[in-house]
Design a binder for this molecule. Structure first.
Ligand code: 3HC
Length: 655
């Protein structure tokens, strides 16, 4: 066995007559310029050396190749470009086998698709997730994948950016075999036997014929989910093209589209989101702090929020102890949790064995003493300071001293709740979003006295739940509700200034929000916010601008969609502009002598973005949020802000 090195990141060993080329470019073996050059040099070597009969491409660690190097996007291109490397692989005279040892994504899968055979370990994850970055595959993915798996399956994977596990990739025909052990040994055997037969070059295969109706259906479904983003539509177009154009024409069109999209605002925004997600949850100085061990999670209160949290924890493999005040309430809580799991079974997301396993890890009791076993206790009781402080005092007498105590308050001051406990350092805020088993966002509140290892534990817990944790300091409403309040306030100012609710909603929906703000109000119901406003009335600054319209709607019994009337009316369930609301708005303007002006959709969006970004700047200045990109992620993952606009801080900055 002899070894050679072709660049800093690409080396090879010759095992008898097979050259095993390994990419070692941590953290994810991205196809940087050095990797591309190294691969070319390895192929040069394999071509010239008559002792080499076949080549294997593989990666180190958990990744085969994580894709093109996203950090190179936006910089001048460096030769050799990826399509050239890939064309060389496909046309290579000796067999090239991809030994897919882990994630083969984007450009990584494109390299594998050009190989003459693909074998993978069961841990491999395979996909072309480029649309998630606002682009299409740019090195043959849209042209080669349909040749292997057909147009319908290729649309489904590429236009949705769906990643599949090795097992599914095997069934679809993306890989040729799945190898449990000794991947490289098996690849060597395969490569050697391929040397004696004509090579199967993916680009020369015809796209398997399929039903036009099924193609149209898959395309329509992908476009529906795309909600106005360009990349999925382009991906569908390119995959369809593969069936009619030559490989060369298809590749040229794909590359043109890739370059245009790569340089678009949409792609810049989605790249920002990609890196924002990787930065989120990182706290300076916390890297060396070990989290405490958490295996048993107590949840006090098994209502809507508590049961969602319980399901999230059960899904992540924790044992869960739910606590209610009475046996009857505990039984109901257990039913609620089982009901969520049953729904998952009905929809095919969970099998019955998975449900039974989760239920075997669940206890719902009426006696808080059960919490003595818990490593972490999350309170999800009624959002009232007295209720929560009394609970914290009681828990002090029950929990182990090393157990962590988390509050799920939305609006209360966690530091005020913390004063009730003798162990304030163990308290942290975990602000889940409803439904807690579905929503990815989790605001992790670093309270005044939270110990570093408690914060580290909360972050590790959030990650194991599969959540996106955003660390924030203590402020009313934390990051999300503070920005949302500023946004809501500005929208109501604009209504007073002359824009009608449906004009604001239309502008937001065209911008990319799934639903306009006033439609969201109606869906959520107006009475809870009304009650809060009434509670706050006595302490409100009388000089501050206050819009009475929402109060007037509530006084008229217009509590939203559930009563058929709110900011809109809902005859036959359909959202409709209501003249009564318009009259009420006009009357409110007249009371303040406001002469209404008209707003364009762009003016509406600009004003709302500015309001959000100004509040975001305040959060940064106060040290509540660590980075602007955290604020973007909160608004994208908790409040419907369109990801392809990058979040309010990013979008306002671009304007
Ligand atoms: N380019 C550059 N950096 C990348 C990268 C990429 N393609 N993928 C990941 N990274 C970086 C991350 O930013 C992170 O950096 P940090 O440590 O400084 O924060 C580090 O690698 C680790 O990333 P993760 O935290 O995501 O690591 P995981 O182990 O959780 O996941 C992964 C690994 C599944 C490979 C995941 O990183 C991933 O999904 N990466 C992106 C895959 C992708 O979208 N590929 C397509 C790229 S575009 C393309 O290929 C175009 C082509 O068609 C021409």
């Amino acid at each position: 066995m002899s070894a050679s090195r072709f660049s800093d990141t690409v080396s090879a060993t010759l095992t008898d007559d097979v050259l095993v080329v390994t990419i070692d470019n941590p953290p994810v073996n991205a196809l940087s310029a050095d990797v591309r050059a190294g691969l070319m040099a390895a192929l040069d070597h394999a071509e010239k050396d008559s002792a080499v009969v076949a080549v294997i491409l593989t990666g180190t660690g958990n990744t085969f190749i994580g894709g093109a190097d996203i950090k190179e996007f936006g910089k001048p291109p460096i030769e050799p470009l990826l399509p050239l490397v890939i064309a060389r692989v496909e046309k290579f005279a000796k067999p090239v086998v991809a030994a897919i040892n882990g994630a083969a994504l984007g450009g990584g899968l494109e390299v594998a698709l050009a190989c003459h055979e693909r074998i993978a370990s069961p841990s491999a994850k395979i996909g072309l997730p480029e649309v998630k970055l606002g682009i299409v595959p740019g090195a043959g993915g849209t042209q080669r994948l349909p040749r292997l798996i057909g147009t319908v399956a290729a649309i489904e994977l590429i236009a949705n950016g769906r990643i599949v596990l090795a097992n599914e990739a095997d069934k679809l025909g993306i890989i040729d075999s799945l190898i449990e052990n000794s991947l490289i040994d098996s690849a060597i055997v395969s490569a050697r036997s391929a040397a004696d037969v004509p090579l199967r070059r993916t680009g020369t295969l015809p796209v398997p014929p399929g039903s036009q109706e099924a193609v149209d259906k898959a395309a329509a479904e992908a476009l529906r989910k795309a909600r106005g983003q360009r990349a999925p539509a382009e991906a569908v177009r390119l995959v369809r093209l593969a069936a009619t154009a030559s490989l060369a024409e298809g590749l040229a069109e794909e590359r043109r589209t890739f370059v245009t999209l790569r340089d678009s605002d949409e792609a810049a925004a989605l790249r920002h989101v990609f890196f924002a997600e990787r930065a989120a949850g990182k706290v300076d100085g916390l890297e060396k702090v070990s989290p405490r061990k958490i295996e048993t999670v107590g949840i006090v209160g098994t209502g809507l929020m508590g049961s969602g949290i319980a399901v999230a924890a059960l899904n992540a493999g924790y044992s869960v102890i739910g606590i209610e005040q009475t046996r009857e309430a505990a039984d109901k809580g257990r039913e609620r949790i089982a009901g969520i799991l049953d729904k998952a079974v009905q929809s095919g997301r969970l099998d019955t064995a998975g449900r039974d396993d989760r239920l075997s890890r669940l206890t719902v009791a009426a006696d808080a003493a059960e919490l003595a076993q818990a490593d972490l206790v999350i309170e999800a009781v009624f959002d009232d300071l007295t209720v929560k402080t009394e609970l914290f005092q009681r828990l002090d007498g029950i929990l182990r001293t090393d157990a962590i105590l988390a509050t799920n308050t939305s609006y209360l001051d966690p530091d005020a709740i913390t004063t009730a406990t003798a162990h304030p350092k163990r308290v942290v805020g975990l602000h889940f979003f409803s439904p807690a088993n579905i929503m990815r966002l989790l605001e992790v509140v670093n309270c005044k006295r939270t110990a570093p290892d408690v914060l580290a534990s909360a972050l590790a817990f959030a990650k194991r739940l599969g959540k996106l944790p955003i660390v924030c300091g203590v402020t009313e409403g934390f990051i999300g509700n503070r920005i949302f309040s500023a946004y809501r306030r500005e929208a109501e100012f604009m209504v007073e200034d002359g824009a009608l609710p449906h004009e604001i909603d239309a502008a937001l929906e065209v911008y990319g929000f799934p639903m306009g703000l006033f439609a969201v109000y109606d869906m959520a119901g107006l009475e809870i916010a009304w009650a809060r406003r009434k509670r706050q009335a006595a302490t409100r600054d009388p000089a501050a601008r206050y819009v009475v319209i929402a109060d007037r709607l509530c006084e008229a019994g217009r509590f939203g969609q559930k009563v058929g009337r709110g900011w809109y009316s809902y005859p036959d369930g359909k959202r409709t502009v209501d003249a009564e609301v318009t009259a009420l708005i006009k009357a409110a303007r007249a009371e303040k002598d406001i002469t209404p002006k008209s707003f364009t959709a762009d003016e509406i969006v600009t004003r709302l973005l500015k309001a959000m970004a100004d509040e975001g700047d305040a959060l940064l200045a106060e040290g509540i949020a660590a980075r602007a990109s955290d604020i973007d992620l909160v608004m994208i993952n908790g409040y419907g802000f369109p990801p392809h606009k990058g979040g309010p801080m990013f979008a306002a900055g671009r304007r």
